[in-house]
Write a protein that binds this ligand. Structure first.
Ligand SMILES: Nc1ncnc2c1ncn2[C@@H]1O[C@@H]2COP(=O)(O)O[C@H]2[C@H]1O
Ligand SMILES: [Fe+2]
Length: 275
């Protein structure tokens, strides 16, 4: 397998990317997370995206694709992505089971590559911040060295850095115990690459747009259950599932918007105390 995915030409005037995150799918399509049928909410999100637009170049899936480690959950994820007209790349979250994930997604049209070139001016780097069996994240020496080598090879490219775990406080203290544990190591590398100034994560199931040492950190709603911003203890939010669009321009400019379903059909059990 080539370790690099190259998309030479944008479908429109610039590259447009769709982010889907934290689908939390199960082997059974009837199973629920905190009262939300995650397969049904994923399907509703895909339908809304299909209605919204067809003109995008890439889909990024930023982890927690499965809730139960099952092969079937990853098959369901791929079945959904097959509805959409663009290639998809992914990275793992804390709930994922990478042996099943690589094997199952590898048998579909979903791409395995963790570095993507978009035309002449952009690249995406997808990092693995999973520490198997625990909710917090960590970038291994291998991941950090690989990131550095990718950035050093293409220092003129504008770069989106993708990882599941948030590298700085989100404002929800209960979630911040599950953040990336070695953000300083990531920061130390990125300091040398000023064109790597946008980071994209999943994990926190809410929209966020923060400054991180002069860089922009963006987080995106889950396609299922949402967490309420600025809470000390585990708190579910009643806002609908969502997704995010990115427009990448040749001069390095990034425009981004979050969209949500316009229905209360996927309201979770607000009294839940965790999962
Ligand atoms: N009540 C809770 N308190 C702290 N962490 C929790 C609680 N419930 C679930 N979690 C973990 O917090 C994680 C945040 O998002 P995840 O989807 O990774 O999955 C969640 C669980 O692993
Ligand atoms: Fe999640």
């Amino acid at each position: 397998m080539d370790s690099l995915l190259k998309l030479p030409v944008a479908s429109g005037t610039h590259f447009r990317i769709l982010q889907i995150t934290d689908t939390h799918l199960f082997a059974g399509k009837n199973e629920t997370l905190l009262g939300v049928n995650t397969w049904a909410s994923y399907q509703a999100v895909l339908s809304a995206i299909e209605t919204e637009r067809q003109d995008y170049d890439l889909i990024i899936a930023t982890g927690d694709l499965a809730q139960d480690h099952s092969v079937e959950a990853y098959q369901h994820f791929a079945e959904g992505i097959a509805r959409l007209p663009a290639p998809c790349v992914w990275l793992p979250g804390n709930h994922d089971f990478q042996p099943a994930m690589f094997e199952t997604l590898g048998n579909t049209s979903i791409a395995d590559q963790k570095c993507v070139f978009l035309g002449e001016h952009w690249q995406l780097v997808l990092l693995d911040s999973q520490v198997f069996g625990v909710p917090h994240g960590m970038l291994s020496d291998y991941q950090l060295e690989w990131l550095e080598s990718v950035l050093a090879a293409e220092p003129e490219r504008h770069t989106l850095v993708l990882l599941h775990h948030h590298p700085l406080a989100s404002g929800c203290s209960w979630l911040d115990q599950h953040s990336l544990r070695n953000p300083h190591a990531l920061d130390a590398i990125l300091q040398h690459y000023p064109l790597a100034k946008t980071l994209i994560c999943g994990h926190i199931h809410q929209e966020l747009d923060l400054d991180w040492n002069g860089r922009r950190l963006l987080a995106t709603p889950s396609t299922c259950v949402q967490f309420k911003p600025h809470c000390t203890n585990f708190t579910i939010d009643s806002v609908p599932p969502g997704w995010r669009w990115f427009d990448l321009f040749d001069d390095g400019r990034v425009e981004t918007t979050v969209c949500r379903l316009k229905t209360a059909a996927f309201s979770p059990d607000l009294d839940s105390e965790g999962y």
